[in-house]
Every structure is written in C-alpha cells, then in structure tokens.
Ligand binder design. Structure first.
Ligand SMILES: Cc1cc2nc3c(=O)[nH]c(=O)nc-3n(C[C@H](O)[C@H](O)[C@H](O)COP(=O)(O)OP(=O)(O)OC[C@H]3O[C@@H](n4cnc5c(N)ncnc54)[C@H](O)[C@@H]3O)c2cc1C
Length: 447
C-alpha cells in the first residue's frame, strides 16, 4: 500500500529571556508557564529551562516588558523558511505536555488573562449590606497592591443607585445586572448572572460577604467555576512576588491560623464575615464607570419561586458588632450578677457588654453578645477583656479591636498576647476601682 508523505510540522521554538529587559514584575512568566519551566533568581528575573520549555509562548504573552522572546535552532529556522515558502499552512507541532496541562487544569493555564479585584454588592430591596462596603475597603488595598482596578458588582431589580455608594467606598467600576427576575435572591438566578459576569470580565479576585446569602452564592459560584473558595477569612493580603491572594482563616477548630492560596485556578474567591474588615471612610463625589449587563435566564428556567417574604423577628436589640466600646466577661466572672458590674463600666464608657462562649454557655449572656469564632466578630475602639483566658476561638473575634485591655489574674493567659494593655490582678478588685476612678474623672463616652 502506498504510504502518504509525512506532513512537516511547524517548529514551536523555545522561550528565552532578553538580557537587561526584565523589570521584575512579580513572576508573571513563572505563574503563566504550564510546565514549570521558569525559575526566578534572587533578583526576580527568570531562568527558562530549555529542557522543559514546550514553546507555548505563554510567558512571552504575559511579559509586560517584552523581555522574553522565542528562538529557533538553525535547522528549525530553515524548516520555518521552507514551510513559509510553501504557503505557511503547516500545522504547529503540538506539545503533549501542554495538551495535558490544558485538559487537566483549564482555567489556570490562562491565569494571566484574569485581572482586577471584584467585590459583590449584596443588597436587599435595594439597600446594600454593610459588609459590601467593608469589603470594598479591603478590596481597594488588594487592588492597589496588585496595581489593578477595583470593581463592585451587583445583581437585582432597580439597583443602579448602589453604584454611587460603591464609588464612594473605593470602586473604580461597577457592573450592574438588573432584571425583574433578580428582584429577590434565588440561588439559580444569581448564580447564573454572577457566573456570566465573571466569565466575561475575568476578575482575578472575587470577594463576598460571609452572610447567609453570600455563603450560598459564593459556594455555588466557586463550584460552577471550578475554583477555590476560602470561607470566613479573617485576613486578606497580597503576596506581591507571586501576585497571589493570601486568604487567612482559623482552621482545625481555631487552633491554627491557616493561610490558603488558590495557585492554579481563577478567580481566587474568599468570603469574609460582616464587621471583620473595617469600613473605609465614604468619599463624597467620587465617580467611576458603570457597566450594565443583561440578565439572560428565562424566569421559567429558575426553579425557585418567591411566594412571600417574612422578616425575622429581631433576635436582640444589642448590636455588639457595631459597638465602639465592649466590656467582655469570661468564665472568671463566676455568675450572671457579676456581669452587672461590667454593665456599669460599659454604661460609663458608652459601650455594651459582651462575653466569651463560656459566659454564654453558663447562661450569663445572650448569644448575640458572644464574641469569637461561633459568635460575633468585633473591632471596637476599645475592648476590655475581663477574666477571659484568650482561647484562639475568642481571639479571632476580637483581636482586630483598636485597643485591647485585658484583666486576668493569670499572667500567662494568652489574652495578654493580643492586649495593648495587660493588667494582672483580680477582676473583682480592678473593675470597681476602675468604675470609681472613671466616675471621679467624669469619663466621657468614647466618640
Ligand atoms: C469550635 C469551637 C468554637 C468556639 N467558639 C468560641 C467563641 O466563639 N467564643 C469564645 O469565647 N470561645 C469559643 N470557643 C471556646 C474556647 O475554646 C474557650 O473554651 C473559651 O473561649 C474560654 O472562655 P473563657 O476565657 O471565658 O474561660 P476560661 O478559658 O476558663 O478562662 C477563664 C479565665 O479567667 C481568669 N480568671 C478567673 N478568675 C479571675 C479573677 N477573679 N480575676 C481575673 N481573672 C480571673 C482565669 O485566669 C482564666 O484565664 C470555641 C471552641 C470551639 C472548639
């Protein structure tokens, strides 16, 4: 049988660095490489391993300084010329490693295409949840560290007015998807809209509030996009060298703080509970660009229908998460009556009483006043921890307070590690003393 002549494949070449042009942008070439062929030197310039490079050109495309080029051996160059002369229609040789990498990982092989920080504007009946503005403050820091835009995005019915608020809290752009079908939150419709927006604009980071709604939406979106989601983060920062989001949260029952990276998928998704991040000051008159996108799902395709909205009865009148001064008591307070002394101190300082989980378990405080991992996260101007040991589950809820005073008779209590002022002594002597002194000096409430 006659054999067909073998088709000549176009050589792919290898990537190499052009001496003196690298600007140490933060290892974009290394992140983009699907086969780990790029190592960074101490001076943060790349060394490209010839043996590993598959000629995919991804590093060339992402380099902002045109500091990487493709090169060919003399034989390859001759072949290229020959193919060109023959019409240049030859197929490019395919590297099996690249195919495998693309097939397995999909999104991450194009990590360099994802750009910008996005914050979800959670709203109910056109009023934004405060956590959205808190996250915009953190989002601004992250975007500035990356040198990219900060955008907010919202879904709903008649919600364009939220864009002005978002600009005031730091957004450069606001993406709005409005439709009567989005009037009330439903997982399927909000998931559809969010995934369409994210796939179209490709933000590298998406932040959402860890509210009931946010937890539902973030989980669904991350699953659909096959990306990572770190829930209930207590800290977010950027590793500038890797240009990657560091997502920190308590792990293993709160015994360690884990920093989680989403290295190979995009977007990097994180949720943060309300009041964990401080809200930045609103900048009146700050403007940006509003981009509207249509909602493309038919009402009939949304399985959930909203029949009625029944608002939950107010659980408690105390808003410990928003308080400027908190006087918190722990197991060492011994009984409910002793919390009255803490209330006296809180009243003088214009604050509220909170407590540890032990105080709640003992029935000395209601759950709305519990601070910590399974309670509220707070960041008041002043936090006074009275007879609280400072277990990690408590600390994660209060360690970002502006000023912490700890009173404990055990000088090795872990609470002293986060306290700005530690008083080693008996709380039953110190609190009455403090109340007397404050009364004498006619203490004013902290503004
Ligand atoms: C999954 C999980 C989630 C949790 N979530 C939370 C949470 O949200 N919030 C939370 O607080 N805990 C939480 N906990 C519990 C946490 O691990 C601790 O058990 C709890 O915080 C301890 O409370 P405490 O400091 O009041 O009590 P203790 O640890 O018993 O400390 C009492 C302190 O009082 C001091 N003391 C006693 N008498 C006096 C006195 N007269 N004067 C001065 N000091 C005195 C003692 O020296 C001691 O340090 C959680 C635990 C788990 C496993």
């Amino acid at each position: 049988m006659e054999q067909k002549p073998k088709k000549k494949k176009k050589p792919r070449g290898k990537a190499r660095q052009i001496e003196g042009k690298c600007i140490s942008c933060g290892a974009r070439c290394q992140i983009a490489c699907p086969v780990d062929a790029v190592e960074m030197t101490e001076a943060e310039t790349p060394i490209i391993d010839d043996g590993k490079c598959i000629g995919c050109r991804k590093c060339v495309k992402v380099c902002p300084a045109d500091a990487i080029e493709m090169y060919f051996t003399p034989e390859e160059e001759a072949l290229l010329k020959e193919l060109e002369a023959a019409g240049g229609a030859a197929e490019e040789e395919e590297a099996p490693e690249e195919k495998a990498a693309d097939g397995e990982q999909g999104a991450e092989s194009n990590i360099a295409l994802w750009n910008g920080v996005w914050v979800y504007i959670e709203q109910f009946e056109g009023k934004a949840h405060e956590v959205s503005w808190e996250l915009l403050g953190k989002g601004r820091e992250l975007a500035d560290d990356l040198g990219v835009e900060l955008a907010a995005f919202g879904l709903g019915d008649s919600i364009k007015h939220l864009a002005d608020e978002a600009f005031g809290y730091g957004a450069d752009k606001v993406y709005i998807m409005e439709d009567p079908a989005l009037k009330h939150y439903r997982t399927a419709s909000y998931l559809h809209g969010t995934v369409e927006l994210v796939n179209k604009y490709k933000p590298e980071i998406v932040l959402m509030g860890a509210t009931g709604l946010g937890r539902d939406l973030a989980g669904a979106v991350a699953t659909d996009l096959k990306t990572g989601l770190t829930a209930d983060c207590t800290q977010l920062s950027i590793d500038k060298k890797m240009r990657i989001l560091e997502q920190t949260r308590p792990a293993f029952g709160g015994n360690i703080m884990a920093t989680i990276l989403t290295e190979t998928r995009r977007p990097q998704m994180a949720s943060v509970r309300p009041h964990v991040m401080p809200k930045k000051e609103f900048q009146e008159g700050r403007k940006g660009e509003v981009i509207t996108e249509p909602f493309t799902m038919e009402e009939d395709a949304i399985p959930q229908k909203v029949i009625d909205i029944i608002k939950a009865a107010q659980e408690s009148s105390v808003n410990i998460a928003g308080a400027k001064v908190i006087v918190a008591g722990g197991r060492g307070m011994l009984n409910k009556e002793n919390f009255d002394k803490l209330q006296d101190l809180a009243d003088i300082l214009g604050g509220v009483v909170g407590g540890s989980r032990c105080a709640f378990d003992e029935g000395w405080i209601e759950h709305a006043r519990q601070v910590g991992q399974t309670g509220k996260t707070v960041h008041p101007k002043l936090y006074i921890a009275c007879a609280i040991s400072g277990a990690i589950q408590h600390l994660v809820g209060m360690q970002d307070s502006e000023f912490i005073i700890a009173i404990n008779k055990d000088k090795t209590a872990p609470v002293f590690e986060v306290a700005h002022l530690g008083i080693v002594g008996d709380v039953f002597e110190i609190i009455p003393d403090l109340i007397d002194k404050l009364k004498q000096s006619n203490a004013k409430a902290v503004e």
